[in-house]
Design a protein around this ligand. Structure first.
Ligand SMILES: Nc1ncnc2c1ncn2[C@@H]1O[C@H](COP(=O)(O)OP(=O)(O)OP(=O)(O)O)[C@@H](O)[C@H]1O
Ligand SMILES: [Mg+2]
Length: 235
């Protein structure tokens, strides 16, 4: 039941796309007029501070809208031949310094001779980033992060495993529900994993999650390997 509610997610996707689209316009106005107001000469300091808050809040809202639009994206992935190992190496590059700073020991174990998959590299990167960011959030006092690729009978596997706080049963049941988050307001929108779920299923893949409270979490994603002919054609 972890791959839950596919049809409910699809309905929510359409709704989300509409809401995101409708909100983008007035939000742009709020931001635009706040920036205009800032240009007013002799602005009292307190007013300038308030304007800064309006700007920050609308930028935050814009971030949420951006995620909503990604989540609701109706366009199918642009699938080309992709070496998952390359996506992982490039993606993790940006996290190395952050891991060191967070006291997280990062281990990257890439299977040699991994079959090519037909996938959208930008979306794969998004999957990786969302999983890694979640893992880092789950380890505020440091820990170990393992990012691994393997092949298992005709499938290409991406595993992201951490030694963080883990999840209760109740949390585990809801992690793919849009807007479900255990993080504070402003910290999480609860769209990371729904986005991951959407991308993975659009690629014909599957997600499995393991984790208990206090025992870390493990996300395992499986993609079908490209057929030989597909791989040679390059898409
Ligand atoms: N690696 C993990 N360890 C522990 N809990 C996790 C992990 N990954 C996800 N979760 C739980 O699942 C919830 C939903 O995750 P999701 O990525 O969808 O949203 P978020 O991280 O809260 O916000 P967002 O990703 O939109 O910024 C999290 O709030 C957290 O409770
Ligand atoms: Mg997240």
């Amino acid at each position: 039941h972890q791959l839950l509610h596919a049809d409910r997610l699809a309905t929510l996707g359409v709704l989300a796309a509409g809401v995101a689209h409708e909100l983008n316009e007035p939000l742009g106005n709020i931001l635009g007029f706040a920036q205009l107001a800032r240009k007013c000469p002799d602005l009292p300091e307190a007013v300038a501070r308030d304007i800064t808050k309006i700007e920050a809040a609308s930028l935050h809202a814009r971030e949420i809208i951006k995620k909503l639009m990604v989540f609701a994206r109706q366009t199918p992935p642009q699938r080309v031949r992709v070496d998952l190992n390359e996506v992982v190496e490039e993606g993790l590059y940006f996290f190395r310094a952050r891991c060191v700073k967070a006291g997280v020991q990062l281990t990257c174990a890439l299977a040699p001779d991994l079959p090519v998959i037909m996938a959208d590299p930008a979306q794969l990167n998004q999957v990786l980033v969302n999983l890694v960011v979640n893992a880092l959030h789950a380890m505020p006092d440091g820990g170990a992060l393992l990012v691994e690729t393997t092949r298992v009978d005709g499938q290409v596997v991406l595993r992201v495993q951490d030694t963080g706080v883990g999840m209760t049963e109740a949390t585990l049941e809801k992690i793919f529900v849009p807007f479900f988050t255990t993080k504070d307001v402003g910290q999480g929108t609860g769209l990371g994993l729904p986005v991951v779920h959407g991308i993975v299923t659009a690629h014909g893949g599957t997600i499995h999650v393991d984790g208990r409270q206090g025992e870390g979490a493990r996300f395992e994603i499986r993609f079908p390997a490209a057929q030989q002919a597909q791989a040679e054609r390059g898409g």
